[in-house]
Design a protein around this ligand. Structure first.
Ligand code: SF4
Ligand code: SF4
Length: 203
């Protein structure tokens, strides 16, 4: 008797659902903002003078469970300085065919060079295009920044960049354009430059 009523109950749920408001999102014509802490594509941030925050330490690559990051560091010189301190990230690649957007890499980064944006439109029909290079990942130059290489403008040594008065001048801590919390509706850094840098392409 009760088994006989079960299908009737099932159709009852179907029938009542027919009169509920349809919740269809008109993507891609209408893009809804993500949650503020959504893990999207990465960005390599800069200091307020335009120097790169990445020091080429490879901690992000070691933390990555998917082996999606490839980094090669190099020495800064006074003639060609890309970051404060001794080293900078000369080659930087993230393979978005492998990345699972877990965020462990940004937790591992000691300088907050690497953060994640809210951008989620990463589909492509080319494996090569989904290996983002340093040029693709670097944050845009904002007002007051100049493209490296150049001398340190915010202090005499790297300590000034991390613990000195220059810290107060840095537009960090919630500035979405700098820290990479970019909303896809507000547009993001367009990809530019060659698809590959020399060196190992993370497979
Ligand atoms: S988000 Fe996770 S999987 Fe993607 S690069 Fe970072 S550590 Fe690797
Ligand atoms: S992004 Fe951060 S963790 Fe990765 S190499 Fe650069 S400084 Fe090191």
């Amino acid at each position: 008797m009760f088994d006989f009523l079960n299908p009737v109950k099932g159709f009852g749920i179907t029938f009542t659902t027919m009169f509920r408001k349809v919740n269809t999102e008109q993507y891609p014509e209408e893009k809804r903002p993500t949650a503020p802490r959504y893990h999207g594509r990465h960005v390599l941030n800069r200091h307020a003078d335009g120097l790169e925050k990445c020091i080429g330490c490879e901690l992000c690559a070691w933390a990555c469970p998917a082996d999606a990051i490839y980094v090669e560091g190099a020495d800064n010189t006074e003639e060609a300085r890309f970051s404060p301190g001794e080293r900078y990230g000369a080659i930087y690649q993230i393979n978005y065919l492998r990345c699972i957007f877990c965020g462990l890499c940004i937790e591992a980064c000691p300088t907050r060079a690497l953060t994640m944006t809210n951008e989620y439109e990463l589909a492509d029909d080319s494996r090569e295009n989904l290996i983002f290079t340093k040029e693709d990942l670097l944050a845009p130059l904002l007002a007051g920044m100049e493209p490296p290489p150049h001398a340190m403008r915010l202090g005499d040594n790297e300590s000034d960049y991390y613990a000195g008065p220059a810290v107060a001048a840095m537009p960090v801590g919630g500035d979405p354009a700098v820290e990479g919390r970019l909303n896809p509706a507000a547009a993001t850094t367009p990809r530019s430059g060659p698809a590959h840098e020399p060196g190992r392409a993370a497979e």
